[in-house]
Design a protein around this ligand. Structure first.
Ligand code: ZN
Ligand code: ZN
Length: 382
């Protein structure tokens, strides 16, 4: 078949052929828009391009604004978290220690309350106590199986309140954080008269009750830690008389909050024993009154059975914990020392007999916090 262009050139006068050619011509040629349609299309294209330009400008302005907001937030966060000397100096004299503290703690009320970095365990503990108290109190109202249900309910709420207060006291204050040092470590490779090469991180030794104890150097805090202290990796601090980091209170347990921690676990044990007892009483009373079996009880009061199972598990856990800490108090050890078996090969210089150990653990005065996080930063502060 010949191309269309050659046919047009050869048979210009033949109209019939032209019609045939026109019919066989592709629609692109036949359906060319007229001038008005072209103008409309042109104006439509113009308006579309204007709209797309304005949209591009709008997107660009949004991007600029979001960048500006991000930069402002970054600056704010950096200022809040900055723990470098530059940050401290740039904040001027108005900065307080809690604002520049390099540890991972979370502060409230201008450094007056100090929590650990992870609040999940603390919130879960609070939730379990509140929900146990709520289920126990609500479902025992007007229950004929319990005598004096109002008194029972109020006592349950009072116990829960005591547990929550002890939890707050144990988790919201300084556990015994040791101040850091701004001074650089001792110079490396310093050679003394005996020609022994020393480093800035060599161990120092102190004698406690005739027993020599090593003082380890903390590279993070740049200090020689006192005996029985340890650097908590979670909180990022060296803590005096470190016992352990408790995930259930979200805080280190150490010199300054050990008694509060004991008060918390003991009161929580009493609370769950009480909840367990009244749950048993309620189930027993209902089973006797209605002459029903265990399966009927599952349908009748599932919330009390769930509370019974939960409080039973809590009693086992808290009972073991209280027992373990009573043993530690009796032998004057921290949980950390016990886990590491620090006194396996040597005597414990802090063990002065059970009575003295109990007296020291429960009644000895507690030293004030070594770091006042509320005060303004000075050269020696952090
Ligand atoms: Zn440290
Ligand atoms: Zn800790």
């Amino acid at each position: 078949m010949e191309p269309i262009t050659s046919l047009i050139e050869e048979d210009e006068d033949d109209e019939s052929e032209m019609e045939a050619i026109a019919l066989s011509t592709p629609p692109m040629i036949l359906e060319l828009p007229d001038s008005s349609t072209q103008e409309q299309q042109h104006s439509r294209n113009n308006s579309l391009s204007t709209k797309s330009q304005s949209l591009t400008q709008f997107v660009a302005s949004i991007k600029l604004k979001s960048r500006a907001v991000t930069r402002a937030l970054e600056k704010k966060l950096l200022r809040r978290c900055d723990c470098t000397g530059e940050g401290r100096s740039s904040r001027g004299s108005g900065a307080r220690i809690y604002q520049v503290w390099p540890g991972n703690n979370v502060f409230f009320f201008h450094g007056r309350l100090i929590f650990g970095p992870d609040p999940k365990g603390l919130l879960l503990t609070m939730f379990s106590i509140v929900i146990s108290s709520w289920v126990s109190a609500i479902y025992n109202i007007d229950d004929d199986s319990l005598p004096h249900s109002l008194v029972t309910r109020l006592f349950s709420l009072l116990l829960a309140l005591i547990v929550l207060v002890n939890l707050f006291l144990a988790s919201a204050f300084d556990p015994g954080i040791i101040p850091r040092s701004n001074q650089p470590p001792l110079p490396f490779n310093e050679t003394d008269s005996s020609n022994i090469t020393r480093t800035s991180t060599e161990n120092r030794v102190v004698t406690v009750n005739g027993v020599e104890l090593k003082l380890n150097y903390c590279r993070i805090c740049k200090i020689y830690r006192p005996p029985r202290s340890c650097h908590c990796d979670i909180c990022g601090n060296c803590v005096e008389k470190f016992d352990h980091h408790c995930p259930w209170i979200g805080q280190c347990v150490a010199l300054r909050n050990y008694r509060r921690f004991l008060a918390f676990i003991f009161s929580a044990l009493v609370f769950f024993v009480y909840v367990f007892a009244i749950s048993c009483w309620r189930i027993h009373g209902r089973m006797v009154a209605r002459q029903s079996g265990f399966m009927e009880m599952v349908k009748d009061c599932p919330e009390t059975l769930a509370l019974l199972a939960f409080s039973f598990a809590a009693i086992w856990f808290l009972g073991s914990l209280v027992g373990f800490h009573l043993y530690l108090i009796a032998v004057n050890q921290t949980a950390y020392e016990n886990f590491r078996q620090s006194y396996k090969s040597s005597m414990n210089p802090y063990d002065r007999g059970i009575l003295s150990n109990v007296k020291e653990a429960l009644f000895a005065p507690i030293s004030p916090s070594a770091v006042d996080f509320h005060t303004q930063v000075s050269q020696e502060s952090v």
